[in-house]
Design a protein around this ligand. Sequence first.
Ligand code: ADP
Length: 495
Amino acid sequence: MKVAIVTSEAVPFSKTGGLADVTGTLFKEYLHMGIEAFLFMPLYKRTAEQFGEEIQDTGIAIDIPIGKASRQCKVFTLKSQGKGRQNTDKKNLASDFWLLTSERVFFIGNEEYFGRDELYGTPRGDYPDNDQRFAFFCKSVLELCKKLKIDMDVIHCNDWQTGLIPIYLKTLYSSADVFRKTISVITIHNLGYQGIFPPQTMEITGLGWEFFQMEGVEFYGNVNFLKAGIVGADIITTVSRTYAKEILTPESGFGLDGILRKRADRIYGILNGIDYNEWNPSADKFLPYSYNRSRLSGKTKCKAELMKLCSLEGDTDAPLMSFVGRLSSQKGIDIFADAIPEIITKGANIVILGKGEEYYHTLLNSVRERFYRRLFFYSGFDEAIAHLTYAGSDIFLMPSRYEPCGLGQMIAMRYGTIPIGRNTGGLADTIEDGETGFLFNDYSSRGLMSGIGRALACYADRELWQRMTKSAMGKDFSWERSARLYLELYRKFSR
Ligand code: ADP
């Protein structure tokens, strides 16, 4: 079975959040399982800088129509082993890719669109030409499949950036021989991001104006790329069972619940996994000490290191709570920030690692000044600090307003760090309340504090806490299970 995973980000090449973990790891899992999988993503400036030596120009250049103009897509791939590849240790995860394949990873290059510092925009807002950038990306992927004559069985799209592909397959590309048996899948990783653009974007997409209507890509007078995917895909998936139900309701449907309800018979919830090679406390290159379920002393040593790194006062007996994530309103930073004074009063220290909206950076910097030596805020994206934070803390907070799946809580459990999450989406599906973590219902600092109160009461009972820690570490969040479910689904609808 030939499966293309099309995504705007994938580890190890580019990442702003969980989407990259999911696509990169699913791709790798497919290769391990012997599936003929392909990965398509843009060649961003950062990717080119970091992996420049390993990436090569294929010499393929395709002119892609964008509105009345056209832009050139230059296609890059990984150098195969031995063909000038020098740095095998740059990234564990990356070297795995090279061992398995080189001709299966395609980067879509265009200096004007992707040669920028960020993937989608700056803290002040999205890039204004994101419609062009991702319409170009979608068309480039399909044109490349045509050019290389790869007759994919499945094109698996992810989020709004790839939403035009399913509808293109049913329209502009419906007569292309190479896609005769292709089915399209769109996975919604987060319905809160839809790619909404003004009506003029219709010209850029190349779709006829007849699609600018309620059953098509029109959305309250604008063009909606994710809706294009929902309308056009043969299968729609989202990343947990609970979220698959939540998105059908007006409260969580972000205006798309109506169209989603119409397609409910094609919607499936498949939980994400985490990469067990990357996230493994007994062999984690970012950790100063390793540990496992039956030998936890390394975890306490990691905690001491983390406290030192963050200049936190006190000894390692005091509970240490952490947050790692995007600083956006989805993640509950506001209720968390409100709760901070009370958390500190209860004797806990806090480590926050996050990047995102300017408003939250300012907010968290101001609490940091107030609670110096009790709270550490690292403003930025840093993998090494993230790993140490997961390992070195006792409690991991995910007070999300909504959470399609969430990886943080699964990573935390893998590292024996007890998650406290709001009872929503994937948090509800992965945290067993009182067993492997704690759930709270009310989206408020009071609701969060109720979860924290229960966690701290258990933390005071060392035996009980250790039991919970071990139980959390024993859970299986590997990708293999999820990958099999995706494959079953592809087969169910294959042509
Ligand atoms: P989302 O996809 O909504 O951002 P997830 O919980 O699904 O949230 O995934 C977030 C992923 O990104 C996790 O692997 C998390 O560790 C990582 N991450 C988020 N923010 C940071 C950061 N500032 N530094 C390092 N890693 C981060």
